[in-house]
Design a protein around this ligand. Structure first.
Ligand SMILES: C[S@@+](CC[C@H](N)C(=O)[O-])C[C@H]1O[C@@H](n2cnc3c(N)ncnc32)[C@H](O)[C@@H]1O
Length: 512
């Protein structure tokens, strides 16, 4: 496969491997963060570090990523420096895309908003990181109604939203949501099946084209005994028509001595699910101006954010590929649109923004959402307020330059690192005891911060005979064990007899 090359690409690849792990520092809590709301995070900081900090906890758990990175437009925006050279822009994007991919669920998708300047370079970069086979499409987002009277050559009315899946074969089908107006307009008749199948419309059973199936040309019997022949042929087999007739789903009409045969197409299938067969195409109906008005409503004319995405655009994307409760991530959060929309749609979310507007725009915006703010998509999704989120910044690095674990690392954080390092996935369990979990028959233990409390005089971080006895009494496991601790006082033969592989903190805590 051909790859894109640019100045310092190798350095960009190294950056990906060398980004240090940081702890997240909770600054404040807003609203109710119980249950699923505990995952709602607004993080202020460089997304390279923030994404890496999320890996041990969220790798493979994000259902949908939306990003709207600086477009490299060579023109200074009010809130961020967009004047990156082309190569610098690619080097900025590369390691972030690698980390985003790690965070994405196997059946998840990533949507990238971009304009003509970098769209095609970004496509090739994404092919490299996500795999060409996982490319879904480049949606056209029609961002303006019209205009461009002064344009010299063409007027740019659209931008792109590139869409990649993590694994196309696992990505669920996408259908436009049912349109109640269209249903009212077209489905006008009702019969005894209305309760389950809803109203129906009549569709002609005869086709105007011929295919090679001779068995589609036969006579349908009118109840009064007439034979009705199609001009060309019917769409259905005779068997299917006879069964539909028996079920009262065929309608025969007569006009000036000529018979026409129709079948009833119900709004809902026999299971009661609405017909959703309209696929996505161009994304229409949400304009840049809407985003600007929304921002003005929220922050006033003076403080409005420059070129935020309209809430409706994000709503369309989340509607297409997520369900309530799914986790959404935006690592270029800007004024907080993705987080606000996800919150209103009852999705969980993580938003990362390095600028001051994380505090001046995203934070107050999400607070207003909790209070029931009624702008943007609120009416459409019947938003009434509620929920909550945590506001975090980047804390200390988890490991110092010599690989030592920072004294500030808490048991639960190190446990999440160890679990991820061993199993390649975040632990869904609460890490509050030395037995972290059992995976493929192997039990994983962590002795850290005196997790075994007063059962060991030296705070329980060392694997001694007494600590082993405590482990076997409190957290027995018949199969093989992996024990992480600062030191082991057990000999090789005792470890082997107990089925223990001992790993030393910090040297054996190697990140993936
Ligand atoms: C085009 S704006 C996003 C606008 C957003 N979609 C909205 O609706 O408000 C891009 C944002 O990415 C932020 N950004 C740029 N580089 C970043 C980085 N390395 N880490 C975190 N945020 C970054 C900028 O500060 C800017 O707010």
């Amino acid at each position: 496969m051909p790859f894109l090359d640019w100045v310092n690409k190798n350095q960009a690849k190294e950056t990906t491997r060398e980004v240090p792990y940081h702890l997240l520092k909770q600054e404040s809590v807003h609203g109710d963060i119980s249950g699923a709301n505990a995952d709602n995070l607004l993080i202020q900081g460089d997304n390279l570090l923030a994404l890496k900090a999320l890996i041990p906890f969220y790798a493979g758990r994000v259902k949908c990523i939306f990003i709207d990175p600086p477009y490299n437009t060579q023109s200074a925006f009010e809130h961020y420096d967009d004047k990156l050279e082309h190569s610098q822009w690619l080097s900025m994007m590369y390691p972030r895309l690698v980390l985003l991919r790690e965070l994405l669920a196997e059946n998840g998708s990533i949507w990238l908003s971009i304009d003509d300047r970098e769209a095609h370079y970004l496509k090739v970069l994404m092919d490299e990181v996500f795999g060409r086979q996982n490319f879904l499409t480049s949606f056209i987002w029609k961002k303006s109604y019209g205009g461009g009277a002064k344009a010299k050559w063409v007027v740019g009315l659209h931008e792109h939203v590139l869409c990649y899946t993590k694994r196309l074969e696992l990505f669920p089908e996408m259908w436009l949501p049912p349109d109640p107006e269209a249903a009212k307009k077209y489905y006008k008749f009702s019969d005894a099946k209305h309760a389950t199948r809803g109203p129906y419309r009549l569709q002609p059973l005869a086709t105007t084209s011929m295919d090679a199936r001779p068995n589609l040309r036969y006579a349908i019997m009118h109840p009064d005994g007439h034979e009705i022949w199609p001009d060309k042929q019917w769409q259905w087999s005779q068997e299917r028509v006879v069964s539909a007739q028996a079920n009262g789903e065929i309608v025969i009409a007569e006009k000036k001595g000529k018979f026409s045969v129709s079948y009833k197409q119900y709004l809902r299938d026999p299971d009661g699910d609405e017909r959703r067969r309209k696929p996505y195409s161009i994304i229409e109906g949400h304009y840049t101006q809407h985003g600007t008005y929304e921002s003005m409503e929220l922050f006033g004319l003076e403080n409005k954010f420059s070129f935020p995405k309209p809430e409706g655009l994000i709503n369309t994307i989340l509607e297409a590929c997520t369900e309530a409760g799914d986790l959404i991530l935006d690592s270029f959060l800007g004024s907080g649109t993705t987080a606000a929309v996800a919150h209103k749609m009852n999705r969980r979310y993580i938003g990362i923004e390095m600028g001051d507007h994380a505090r001046t725009h995203c934070l107050p915006r999400l607070q207003k959402v909790i209070e029931g703010e009624q702008g943007g998509i609120s009416t459409n999704v019947e938003w009434r307020g509620g929920g909550g989120f945590r506001f975090c910044t980047l804390g200390d690095p988890t490991f110092d330059t010599d690989g030592r674990i920072s004294a500030k690392v808490k048991f639960a954080s190190l446990a999440a690192y160890v679990w991820h390092c061993e199993n390649g996935e975040p632990g869904h369990q609460v890490f509050d005891m030395p037995l972290l979990g059992i995976q493929n028959g192997v039990a994983y233990y962590l002795l850290y911060n005196g997790a075994l409390g007063d059962r060991h005089p030296a705070s329980g971080n060392v694997l001694t005979h007494a600590v082993l006895q405590a482990i076997n009494e409190i957290f027995p496991h018949a199969g093989p064990k992996v024990v992480y601790g600062e030191m082991s006082r057990l000999g090789a033969s005792r470890l082997a007899a107990e089925g223990i592989t001992f790993k030393q903190i910090p040297y054996d805590v190697k990140m993936r």
